[in-house]
Ligand binder design. Structure first.
Ligand code: SIN
Ligand code: CO
Length: 382
């Protein structure tokens, strides 16, 4: 269980003064911090095909980057390299718990938990990210410099590494276990390891309008919507054959904007789009529908767990009508079970205590059977 140190960090004040505005060092943001996962386990994960990982190091003055899976690290020695594993929350239940203290920001804004293991001198080089990140220092020590937002020239240090030219630091600190550095989008930064280190980055995602529009186009094609052609039965004589006049421009614009006026369609798109997983999920789907008796038994004994990294969201209005979105698709359910479906979307763990009132609800049992069969939820071992 990770908890932010309330003496050092106030979520409300943070959102007002720092979120998306300026970087912040939170000394001992986590008191008595313990790594949720060991460096050996991280190295092991980076040997797996499904896990996104990369090694970054310098050969002389030349930056190098390699993508996993890896089968050995021995040739790298004990200095000047780092290993980054993306979406750690998909692969480690313990590590995923590091996201919990940041739930004061809704999950649709969250991306993933990334970890970097770095030997002394190691780092990924000076760069700019276009997302918000809380870098939580695990074991070891790391020196961080953060510059101000501004006109920084970026360059390709390696085909896989976009670096930024030297910048003046507005933050220059050494982080020790439990310290947190928050960096908003656009602030250049660099972390160089002093003592073999683990850093856990809780990263957020933001979509550009262009990726939303491209996603919307895909959604409309998949759902065979938005195919209406322009219609102009009231057309008047045109004076200038080469012109798209004001009225015509307005008509074409209307064809596009009318799509964005359709809240049902747009809600369906946003729910589906934002619940899509960007990184591979550790899905253990079952071939056959889980039996009802099994679900009832499991519900009495075990907590219901959401698969690491699974995205399940709802709109308050449509939840009450029996609609939510899970892993990129709309999921319908009888409206009466909305309160417990809401808990499944709000919480990673739904306890046996919270499940108890629903034990005799056939609709809920069927819903859970489907979700467990799909591998989206599972029952805890203990
Ligand atoms: C790292 O932990 O090495 C990189 C994190 C970052 O700079 O975003
Ligand atoms: Co960064």
């Amino acid at each position: 269980m990770y908890q932010l140190n309330a003496e050092e960090f106030n979520p409300e004040e943070f959102l007002t003064k720092y979120w998306q505005k300026k970087p912040l060092v939170i000394r001992q943001g986590f008191k008595n911090f313990q790594d949720p996962i060991s460096a050996d386990e991280i190295a092991g994960l980076a040997c797996e095909e499904e896990v996104e990982s990369r090694l970054v190091y310098k050969e002389g003055e030349q930056w190098q980057a390699q993508f996993g899976p890896f089968d050995s690290y021995q040739h790298l020695g004990d200095k000047n390299w780092s290993l980054v594993v993306q979406a750690l929350d998909h692969w480690s239940e313990e590590a995923a718990q590091m996201i919990e203290p940041f739930r004061f920001i809704p999950q649709w804004r969250l991306d993933d938990l990334m970890v970097s293991f770095a030997t002394p001198g190691g780092g990924v080089g000076p760069h700019i990210d276009w997302y918000d990140v809380f870098i939580c220092q695990g074991s070891g020590k790391r020196h961080w410099r953060v510059g101000d937002k501004g006109q920084h020239r970026e360059y390709t240090a390696h085909p896989a590494l976009l670096h930024v030219e030297a910048f003046k630091a507005i933050i220059d600190v050494e982080l020790a276990p439990g310290d947190i550095l928050y960096i908003p989008p656009g602030f250049p930064h660099e972390g160089i390891t002093l003592e073999t280190s683990l850093s856990f980055s809780v990263g957020f995602r933001a979509q550009s309008a262009v990726s939303l529009l491209s996603g919307l186009a895909d959604h409309l094609i998949d759902h065979e919507q938005g195919g209406e052609l322009i219609s102009d039965p009231e057309r008047e004589i045109s004076q200038y054959s080469g012109a798209i006049n004001h009225a015509d421009f307005a008509m074409i614009k209307q064809q596009i904007t009318s799509l964005t006026q359709d809240n049902d369609m747009l809600g369906d798109f946003i729910g589906s789009f934002y619940t899509q997983a960007k990184h591979e999920l550790d899905l253990q789907a079952h071939n056959e529908l889980i039996e009802t008796e099994h679900v009832i038994f499991a519900m009495t004994e075990h907590n219901l767990m959401r698969l690491g990294g699974l995205r399940a969201f709802y709109f308050p209005e449509t939840l009450l009508q029996g609609l939510c979105y899970i892993n990129g698709s709309a999921a319908k359910f009888p409206a009466a079970i909305a309160p417990i479906v809401q808990l499944m979307c709000d919480q990673v763990v739904v306890s046996t205590e919270q499940l108890k009132p629903w034990l005799k609800n056939r609709d809920f049992i069927d819903f859970i059977a489907q979700q467990v069969t799909a591998g989206y939820w599972y029952f805890s071992d203990s």
